[in-house]
Design a protein around this ligand. Structure first.
Ligand SMILES: Cc1cc2nc3c(=O)[nH]c(=O)nc-3n(C[C@H](O)[C@H](O)[C@H](O)COP(=O)(O)O)c2cc1C
Length: 192
């Protein structure tokens, strides 16, 4: 079972990186799961400009970083998509990356993890709709981190003790979300 944590912010000084590292570190504690953090910043994806929508283009040929990105995400059995909230939606970088997808996410579970002043709640709602159109199966539990990232998650992705011990806090939610993600990934894999 292979899970990927997709880092959906590419800007200088992004907080999504330490947030994603925390989710990745937590996922690495799961049994029998291979976890990889996939950073959109590692791919030079131009603004999508293909003449035909990828899912309606049987003759599609991709190359360069677009191919590298699509081949990478095709490897996973399930995903956590991490997004900041920009102007009440997801980042342009993440939307652009998702516009490139053909059937790489098809019938695979995707969980959504956002942050921002209201835990990225508005971005999360958009992201779930977008991922659904990308043929992914949406994991119902979302992770909305509504604390400041600086001071609560360090550069290496460690959550502070106070939040780790908080009942119904982010530590509980991330574990519930990841547990459900694995459950769906196993169920869907078996069904295939
Ligand atoms: C262009 C832009 C738009 C933003 N819009 C919102 C917003 O609508 N709601 C919100 O809660 N935070 C908003 N923020 C604050 C971000 O959620 C916050 O800066 C967060 O750290 C961004 O994630 P990142 O650092 O990983 O890019 C915005 C930030 C930027 C740069």
């Amino acid at each position: 079972m292979k899970l990927q944590i997709i880092v959906g912010s590419t800007r200088e000084g992004r907080k999504s990186l330490q947030f994603s590292k925390w989710i990745t570190n937590t996922a690495k504690e799961l049994k029998d799961v291979n976890v990889e953090m996939v950073d959109l910043k590692d791919f030079d994806l131009p603004i999508f400009n293909e003449a035909v929508s990828p899912r309606y283009n049987p003759d599609r040929k991709v190359e360069g970083d677009v191919k590298k990105f699509l081949d990478k995400i095709a490897e996973a059995d399930g995903y956590v998509f991490v997004s900041p909230e920009y102007n009440h939606s997801i980042s342009g970088a993440l939307k652009n990356a998702l516009d490139y997808t053909g059937f790489e996410l098809s019938k695979k579970p995707a969980a959504v993890a956002t942050h921002g002043s209201v835990g990225g709640a508005r971005a999360a709602e958009h992201l779930k709709m977008i991922l659904s159109e990308c043929q992914a199966v949406i994991v119902p539990i979302n992770l909305h981190f509504n604390h400041f990232i600086d001071g609560n998650i360090d550069e290496d992705g460690n959550l502070i003790k106070e939040l780790k011990e908080l009942q119904y806090g982010p530590h509980t939610t991330v574990n519930t979300m990841l547990g459900d993600l694995v459950w769906y990934a196993n169920a869907l894999k078996a069904a295939k």
